[in-house]
Design a protein around this ligand. Sequence first.
Ligand code: ATR
Length: 276
Amino acid sequence: MKQLVGLFGHPIGHSLSPVMHNTQYERLQIPYTYHAFDVEPDRLKEAVEAIRALRLRGVNVTVPHKVDVMDYLDDIEEEAKQIGAVNTIVNDDGMLKGYNTDGRGYLLSLTERIGDDLSDKHVLVVGAGGAARAVAVSLSRHGIGQLTIANRTVTKAEVLVDLCQGWQSTEAKTIEQSEKCMDEYDIIIQTTSVGMSPNTNEQPMSLQGIRPGVLVSDLIYNPLKTKWLQEADNLGAEVLDGVGMFVYQGALAIEYWTGEKPDTKLMRQQVIESLG
Ligand code: ATR
């Protein structure tokens, strides 16, 4: 009999996860099947109880449940606690443990491109919402040289800076302040939804002044290459789209549930095809 895994979100109509996961389960020839469950916010507790009752092996959790779901779990890994959100639940004989694979997924897509040692890099994270929290926390746990967080609302950037205090120097800025010193950054990561389809003409900040060869990364993957990434490309930067983070957060969940390592290159190809 197949083991059931899936996704809790609301709404979940547009999710690319079911196809991405099910293709890997077929390829790996393992008896798992992934289903997207539309869970209304006021039914989240019941839905989590159903993981135990129906013996699901685990679920991914997406908007708007990533924070609230933490109240209903038996255990939560350290990194997810620090981020303050869970995107993956593993069910071990009724014991539900929460993980966050978003930040680690992003880190894998980044280090695959530029190598594992980020200890001399000055990283600018643009935005201070949920996605920024995952990325900034994972980066600071991995070890980077310096971290700057720039956000429209600077008080939110300050909260995230406090969360990421480690051995690296960390600072909060407004978008305008960071735009004045773009030549300081080695890696620039855009975590807001500005520029996402259908508002593809919007850009979160100017990239004027960046050094050629720096890495500019946008977590958005629809469109695959945002207008902002196109500008980065024109300015001579290396660019990294958001598909990698989506693929690796899913690949880590597959490993946790099944113990198998999926083919992330195929996953990437498939996501790009699904995006059209
Ligand atoms: P997510 O979970 O996708 O990160 P979020 O938690 O709602 O979403 O965070 C949204 C982020 O995008 C925030 O950093 C937000 O800036 P504010 O904190 O100032 O609201 C940023 N953002 C959203 N729309 C924006 C816009 N039009 N211009 C600049 N920043 C924007």
